[in-house]
Design a binder for this molecule. Sequence first.
Ligand SMILES: Nc1ncnc2c1ncn2[C@@H]1O[C@H](COP(=O)(O)OP(=O)(O)OP(=O)(O)O)[C@@H](O)[C@H]1O
Ligand SMILES: [Mg+2]
Length: 231
Amino acid sequence: MKLVTCCSFKGGAGKTTALMGLCSAWASLGYRVALFEADENRPLSKWKENALKSDTWDETCEVFAADDIGLLEAAYNGAEKQGFDFALADTHGGSSELNNTIIASSDFLLVPSMLTPLDIDEALATYRYIIELLVNEAIDIPTAILVQRIPVGRLTSSQKASSDLLNVLPQFDKPMHERDAFAAMKERGMMHLALANMEGKAALRLPMRNYATAMDELHVMRSFVDLKLGG
Ligand SMILES: Nc1ncnc2c1ncn2[C@@H]1O[C@H](COP(=O)(O)OP(=O)(O)OP(=O)(O)O)[C@@H](O)[C@H]1O
Ligand SMILES: [Mg+2]
């Protein structure tokens, strides 16, 4: 089982959204995904609850409480024993022993960042924190910045300047665009199943197109992670 962790010091950077997208992309290919909830606000449990109501929860996936080290250990061992292919960990902002343990146990680290000066500062601080931790522990874990919530149209000059600042760090080859379909995932459940439920409903032709585009983008993101995991 490969563990992928979304981390950033900054709240609202897009960790949980990136995680939900990756989960859906892997689940749509038949992989079983364990979700480790290390954020005490429990966004993933809420996601599952909402998805169950809309019939968009993939039963091959499961949420495991992981908001202390004992629970994390139990979640990891349990998921591995149950044969999950991937685990995705959603961390809370800031640094803690729990976050350090998750980071150091991961196979890939995803650091989301929007393109505002404040977000870039926080992404650079998070990246630096991760590198210091990995150097101290003498481990090497592939890490990449995921530029989040990029407008589908042109970048403003300030976004372009922020993007240039991030270019010094390893990055996903494609950003995650700002899309209603991504924002709606927390209520609508797994993207691939929301899309499947729209199939054949004439009134939903337009949103369905948007969902299909968003799903394609999630697969581009997933392929990048697969590559980093050596798959
Ligand atoms: N690509 C996107 N397109 C549109 N909306 C997005 C996108 N990514 C994130 N959002 C929205 O931005 C908000 C913050 O995103 P999210 O909850 O994923 O961030 P987070 O880093 O997990 O935050 P927290 O630190 O609170 O856990 C949410 O309302 C989410 O729906
Ligand atoms: Mg979150």
